[in-house]
Design a protein around this ligand. Structure first.
Ligand SMILES: Cc1cc2nc3c(=O)[nH]c(=O)nc-3n(C[C@H](O)[C@H](O)[C@H](O)COP(=O)(O)OP(=O)(O)OC[C@H]3O[C@@H](n4cnc5c(N)ncnc54)[C@H](O)[C@@H]3O)c2cc1C
Length: 324
């Protein structure tokens, strides 16, 4: 009952997309999901062909229905531990997966699609508005605030580049240095593109009637803005992969081949857990690619097992021993 072909940790776009492909490939699949997809605070999801503007939760609800419709299993909960990696009699990988409830599931292959965590600056009011009018990605939400007064919370070279990018959506962009200093080159770039710079430290975000209205500086001045963009620090939810021994690159992201196959036999990764740039449609695509690779890997194992059994049968027949 508790043994599956594939166990998927994380039921966001990546995990559910993989589950859909694998259940349609007639594999037994379980998705364990703790229910905190990264884009949950956003009212709408953009840039997903055919579903642009859909509430994020609706996409996932539809995905869960599709997976269940093909016989997939969904378990709400958190995976606490995978492994250690063991091997079947034929040497194929096998995993024991422990949930926070203490339940242990077994699987032939594991896909980790646990997403990432956004770490945002500690500015009063910012976390509360995250995904609403505190935005991280202009491709996701820039169009909705086009031509309006927007800001970029500064403090790093990445934030400077973010301001250059956001300028594509509005000609009223203010870069808040938040107490940091711009280089001469950065000042020149901003001037040339008409990006205003406001110095001083940010005291808080001003919210009225449940909407951002401005950015208050430590001196009390309020700069009216309808939205601010923030370059969050992206931290992969990769603890399970690290514990399995999956290798990471110098920036701390788990490395995998284009199908999401990690260096640990039987372990795949998809979506934001290993790719900070993955939008929803990219995460779903990575889940699909991983699912196809996982199924192919299982087919190889199935073929090897069948051949071994057939050979044993032949040897037993030729020796005159009963074969059953
Ligand atoms: C505010 C905001 C708005 C966004 N808007 C857009 C947009 O409009 N368009 C767009 O394309 N992209 C948008 N994105 C990016 C989008 O959120 C990601 O591309 C997408 O969520 C990645 O999907 P994923 O499946 O990799 O991860 P997630 O969607 O984050 O799913 C990971 C899942 O794994 C679960 N999980 C984690 N650890 C465990 C564990 N140990 N056990 C069990 N479950 C676990 C989590 O609870 C979660 O449900 C937005 C991001 C943010 C922050």
């Amino acid at each position: 009952m508790n043994t599956y072909d594939v166990l998927i940790v994380g039921g966001g776009a990546a995990g559910l997309s993989a589950a859909l492909v694998l259940t349609r490939a007639r594999r037994s699949v379980v998705v364990v999901d703790s229910g905190q997809p990264r884009n949950a605070p956003a009212a709408h999801m953009h840039g997903f062909l055919g579903s642009d503007g859909l509430p994020p939760a609706e996409l996932l609800a539809a995905g869960r229905r599709e997976v269940i419709g093909y016989g997939g299993h969904l378990i709400p909960g958190t995976v606490d531990a995978i492994g250690p990696l063991s091997a079947s009699a034929g040497g194929a990988p096998r995993f024991d997966v422990t949930l926070d409830t203490g339940v242990v599931l077994s699987a032939r292959r594991v896909l980790v699609s646990t997403g990432l965590r956004d770490v945002v600056p500690d500015i009063p009011g910012l976390r509360e508005r995250w995904g609403r009018d505190v935005l991280h990605c202009p491709y996701c939400h820039g169009y909705e605030v086009r031509d309006q007064p927007v800001g970029v919370i500064g403090g790093s070279s990445e934030a400077v580049a973010h301001a250059d990018l956001v300028r594509q959506w509005s000609d009223d962009v203010v870069y808040f240095t938040n107490g940091t200093t711009l280089t001469g080159d950065e000042v020149e770039r901003f001037r040339a593109r008409g990006i205003a710079t406001v110095g001083g430290r940010i005291a808080r975000l001003v919210v009225e009637d449940d909407a951002l209205t401005g950015v208050e500086l430590s001196g009390g001045e309020v700069v009216p803005r309808v939205a601010v963009f923030v370059r969050s620090r992206l931290v992969p939810n990769a603890g399970l992969l690290d514990a399995l021994g999956c290798a990471s690159d110098s920036t701390g992201w788990v490395t995998a081949d284009p199908t999401g196959r990690t260096g640990v036999p039987g372990v795949w990764v998809a979506g934001n857990a290993s790719n900070p740039r993955a939008q929803v449609i990219t995460a779903a695509g990575e889940g699909s690619a991983a699912a196809i690779a996982i199924n192919n890997d299982l087919v190889e194992e199935d073929v090897a097992q069948s051949v071994a059994q057939a050979r044993a049968h032949t040897v037993a027949s030729s020796s005159g021993r009963p074969t059953r």
